[in-house]
Write a protein that binds this ligand. Structure first.
Ligand code: FAD
Length: 598
């Protein structure tokens, strides 16, 4: 049966039927077990549409929102156009000597990559390297979850494949090596006589340790005097490690305060940088970064089983495509094609589909997308279409991201500690049964369970969802917030230590801002953000048959709630005011009685 229906349809012709912005179910009239493997994965990558329904529905397969929803030839075209816009004029010549290594870390992009540009400008040949560091695939620090789950691993693999493709388009390539950077890079520097290793500067301890160990490793390399190196203390020529700031919208060196003086209140930070600093322009790139060094074997793009992980197909919800090309296309799609930027502020608290927010975070975290590029696109949109609160609000959110990055410098490892930056000594539980019910999405509260299922299935959860499940874990269950943060670390495609632990410390009331101490009431959140129970019914199909006003509190039709809510189920549908209210408690931390209520 499937041969008849499918053999004449290629993946791309199937995509042609689709309209990226709205979902449609795809139904197959045979059981999932009968679908050939290659077809199965192909189906799951089809973006879905509202205009034409393809009658191909495997049981349990549901709506998939591909992000970006564009076809691959459109992605290539858009990427090419963006690169074109950022090319240096051919008069700009490099004036360096010898070989430089570019060590790619969380900056997996060509566009607006200052480290890449500097490596090119200060050499005759650049060797771009990515080290697949086994430590990234170990376990989380305190609770032993996988440090990088299968979904983020696949996203990373796609980023590497795309980076190699984009480097090749610019007459370079990407050398892929398995092992620790502090062992691989000095050996490469020695072999190629590289005088400098350029890389993006990081701020958290694991990454800083890698920098320190690499520096030590480089001290042991002695280079021929022709390599254009500086002499080390003992007079031998050694390669230098040059770390370049590149992860934020505002450059660290442009801030109007020292790192130790960063305000503890976000609004003060934001107002100060907005009034006193300028965002630097994106770094332009030459149209050719070659010639590449002579290398026989550039190394294969790793496959997921090389990490000891099993591929996890996304069969429902958001399916992100990794890589710089997909990220540039998502910007194009969200801003220009679908014109969603103009309503971002009103839609950003949504939970269903790909349109309610930008979905830039996975690419920002892997560095496939530059925040300054987003800024320049917002400015262009404001010039060419319109400027309003929504266009500004994307920048407002990106400044939150900057803020958490800079706070990780100010507060160091305390963002990972139980007491947080304020060293609060609260009592927390590590009850395994409660935690497992949260992690598995089996708490008996549909809003929590739906969000946790979305996270496990797709590697993504909305900002609203993250705040709600965080509040539930720490406030209603009283569980050690680090367990939640580490589970997010495993699952999130956009995992970034600064944003993740920064937000969790805020949510747990142990963050740097003593005024941030919020309780998110489930009845109220449900009423405001999912009044029809559409979101919970999407992730928990057993709720679909219930009347809409019963979906959040289904009683005997669903699992029994594992804990009572701190303030009871007082706000059943319609029972509370829609707007957020706040009750202040300035003591911070742990499960207590009074909190801000959102
Ligand atoms: C408990 C918790 C954990 C989180 N962990 C992470 C994480 O590991 N990585 C991560 O990138 N974000 C994290 N966030 C922040 C936020 O939820 C995501 O950045 C956002 O949901 C991503 O979706 P988007 O790109 O569509 O965001 P949009 O609403 O479109 O925002 C645009 C961009 O602004 C930035 N941004 C927005 N809100 C925040 C925020 N609160 N903190 C930092 N940056 C923000 C992101 O880079 C985002 O891509 C966390 C939030 C919470 C409450």
């Amino acid at each position: 049966m499937y041969n008849l229906r499918y053999s004449s349809l290629s993946f791309f012709s199937l995509q042609k039927f689709t309209n990226p912005s709205k979902p449609t179910s795809i139904s197959l009239n045979f059981t999932q077990n009968h679908i050939p493997k290659h077809l199965n994965s192909m189906i799951s990558r089809i973006s879905t549409s509202n205009s034409e329904t393809i009658q191909l529905k495997p049981p349990q397969k549901s709506v998939i929102y591909k992000v970006p929803a564009l076809e691959s030839n459109d992605i290539d075209k858009i990427t090419g156009q963006y690169f074109q816009r950022y090319y240096l004029s051919s008069e700009n010549k490099r004036n360096g000597k010898g070989v430089c290594i570019l060590w790619f870390r969380n900056d997996l992009r060509v566009l607006d990559n200052e480290a890449l540009f500097k490596a090119w400008a200060s050499s005759e040949v650049v060797l771009p390297v990515y080290c697949v560091d086994p430590r990234l695939f170990g376990t989380t620090y305190s609770f032993g979850f996988p440090k990088t789950g299968a979904l983020r691993t696949r996203f990373l693999i796609e980023c590497l494949a795309d980076l190699r493709k984009n480097l090749r388009k610019h007459d370079l390539n990407l050398l892929i090596k398995h092992g620790k950077p502090e062992e691989i890079l000095p050996a490469l520097a020695e072999t190629f006589g590289a005088h400098t290793i350029y890389a993006q500067k990081e701020t958290c301890s694991e990454e800083l340790n890698a920098e320190t160990r690499l520096n030590k490793g480089l001290q042991k390399v002695s280079l021929p005097s022709t390599a254009g190196t500086s002499a080390s203390q003992n007079g031998a020529k050694t390669p230098r490690l040059q770390l370049v700031w590149g992860a934020t919208l505002y450059h660290k060196n442009d801030l109007p305060f020292n790192m130790s003086d960063i305000p503890d209140v976000y609004t003060q930070f934001r107002k100060s940088i907005e009034s006193k600093c300028k965002i630097r322009a994106c770094i332009k790139i030459p149209s050719s970064l070659g010639p590449p060094p002579e290398i026989q074997d550039w190394g294969a793009i790793p496959s997921i089983d090389q990490f000891g992980l099993q591929n996890q197909e996304v069969d429902k919800g958001l399916l992100f495509v990794g890589g710089e090309s997909a990220s540039l296309s998502r910007v194009h799609e969200y801003f220009w094609k679908q014109d969603l930027l103009k309503t971002y502020k009103e839609t950003r608290n949504g939970m269903i589909g790909s349109d309610y927010s930008t979905k830039f975070s996975p690419w920002l975290a892997s560095g496939s997308l530059s925040p300054r590029f987003i800024y320049e696109e917002v400015m262009r949109y404001e010039r060419e279409r319109l400027a309003n609160d929504s266009t500004y609000w994307v920048l407002f959110e990106l400044i939150w991201r900057d803020y958490f990055r800079f706070l990780s410098i100010k507060y160091g490892n305390s963002i990972f500690h139980l007491g947080g930056p304020r060293h609060l000594d609260n009592k927390w539980s590590q009850d395994k049964t409660l935690f497992e019910s949260w992690k598995e999405g089996k708490t008996g509260y549909p809003l929590i369970d739906a969000n946790m299922k979305e996270l496990a299935t797709t590697g993504f959860m909305s900002n609203r969802g993250r705040q709600i499940v965080c509040s539930f874990l720490v406030r209603d269950m009283g569980i050690d917030w680090r367990m939640g943060a580490e589970w997010f670390e495993t699952c999130l495609l956009d995992y970034d230590p600064c944003s993740n632990y920064g937000n969790w410390t805020y949510g747990a009331g142990v963050g740097n801002d003593p005024r941030e101490d919020r309780y998110f009431s489930i009845p109220k959140q449900a009423q405001v953000y999912d009044p029809e129970g559409e979101y919970v019914a999407y992730w928990l199909p057993e709720l679909k048959r219930l009347p809409k006003d019963k979906r959040h509190f289904p009683g005997f039709s669903y699992l029994k709630p594992i804990v009572p809510l701190k303030f009871g189920n007082t706000g059943k549908q319609g029972g509370q005011k829609a707007g957020p209210s706040r009750r202040e408690n300035r003591t911070g931390g742990g499960p207590r009685n009074k909190h801000f209520t959102r």
